[in-house]
Design a protein around this ligand. Structure first.
Ligand code: SF4
Length: 361
């Protein structure tokens, strides 16, 4: 690792705008090594997140990588050696590898794949997430999927005209959506994508339509949401950065889709008359004005629609009511804050006659 000078530090810090784990945070291990910690991951919770090339010939309006004049790069064997050494020394559990595109896309993809191939060839057993570049070939996508635990390509924004505002080089339909389709074929259930909120003036309705069709047609395992950050010297340096609550609200909507199974039709009322997603808890917004849910007879689907009740709590409630009647909040084994959120939407009466018959019959 010695001899890399500031290159490793530079290429890790340049990778910070790609999200690779939920709730990630950066941690400085030394002047050269910055790793990404995921406090919630059970398995691999420390990742080296790094670029292969630190400059880019693309023209994305919000990106600082394209302005980098230092032209730092790793050769595949050089980066593979660093990663393997870190893994052997228990400094990281995995690698998230992306790259700027200083020259031909296929050449850069070859470099990413070669790094992964060297690592796997040396018996590297750690977690490996490879970023696929816009416009990558189908063969390269298949090979990346074979070598990596997870692959991803950023959808960036919500459609052709929005992308045209951000880049005159990338083609939304061909370079991004078509490639995400190939990724979905090559790595079903283990690919991700990322949307930058607020960079291209897209509306919340456009974001909603975009993520609905991605989940409905491509089935990514996750979509990440990053707020647009206005960076000096970029074309969007005078644009306002996106407030932190916007991506946070989209993560909440995302969780209602992925973990709670809310349909597109159920979620559409979240958007106000102007198609804007309000800065409020989406689950509470949807529940407002609805009839209380009877804890003694509600289905799993109805229970998880109550604010403060998630899938685990719903399962506990259903299991506990098999042998006892839930008479009030004291009969619920729930966290106090969650119970407070749920109470306005709960009923404990049930349908006593039917339920009593069921209990004794
Ligand atoms: S492709 Fe765009 S976002 Fe990615 S490094 Fe190049 S300029 Fe930046």
């Amino acid at each position: 690792m010695t001899g890399c000078g500031g290159k490793l530090a530079r290429l890790t810090s340049q990778s910070q705008y790609d999200i690779c784990v939920p709730g990630e945070c950066m941690q400085q291990l030394s002047t050269e090594i910055c790793i990404t910690r995921n406090p919630h991951a059970a398995g691999c919770n420390r990742l080296l997140k790094v670029l292969l090339h630190g400059s880019c010939s693309y023209d994305c309006a919000y990106c600082s990588v394209r302005l980098d004049r230092s032209h730092h790069s790793f050769a595949p064997h050089e980066l593979a050696e660093i990663v393997h050494e870190q893994y052997r020394n228990n400094l990281t559990g995995g690698l998230f590898l992306s790259s700027g595109v200083p020259h031909d896309t296929d050449d850069v993809m070859d470099g990413l794949i070669e790094t992964a191939r060297i690592l796997r060839g040396r018996g590297y057993p750690g977690y490996l997430h490879l970023k696929v570049l816009p416009g990558a070939s189908r063969d390269d996508i298949r090979e990346a999927a074979r070598l990596a635990d997870c692959i991803s390509l950023n959808v960036e924004t919500t459609g052709e005209s929005r992308l045209r505002f951000l880049s005159g080089i990338k083609d939304y339909a061909n370079d991004i959506i078509k490639r995400i389709g190939w990724i979905a074929d090559a790595a079903p259930g283990r690919f991700m994508t990322q949307l930058v909120i607020g960079a291209a003036g897209e509306t919340d309705r456009e974001i909603f339509d975009c993520i609905s069709s991605l989940y409905g047609q491509m089935h990514p395992s996750r979509i990440y949401y990053s707020g647009f950050h206005s960076l000096p010297k970029t074309r969007l340096s005078s644009h306002e950065s996106t407030p932190a609550w916007r991506p946070r609200r989209w993560y909440q909507v995302d969780s209602l889709i992925r973990e709670y199974g809310f349909s597109r039709k159920e979620l559409l009322p979240l958007l106000d008359d102007n198609g804007i997603l309000p800065n409020d808890d989406p689950k509470a917004l949807l529940a407002r004005g609805s009839d209380p849910v009877d804890l003694n007879s509600a289905s799993f689907a109805d229970l998880i629609r109550v604010p403060g009740i998630g899938p685990t709590t719903a399962r506990t409630i259903i299991a506990s009511r098999e042998d006892r009647w839930i008479r009030g909040p004291d009969d619920l084994d729930m966290d106090a804050a969650c119970l407070k959120r749920a109470m306005p939407y709960l009923a404990f009466e049930g349908t006593p006659r039917q339920a009593t018959l069921a209990l004794f019959g």
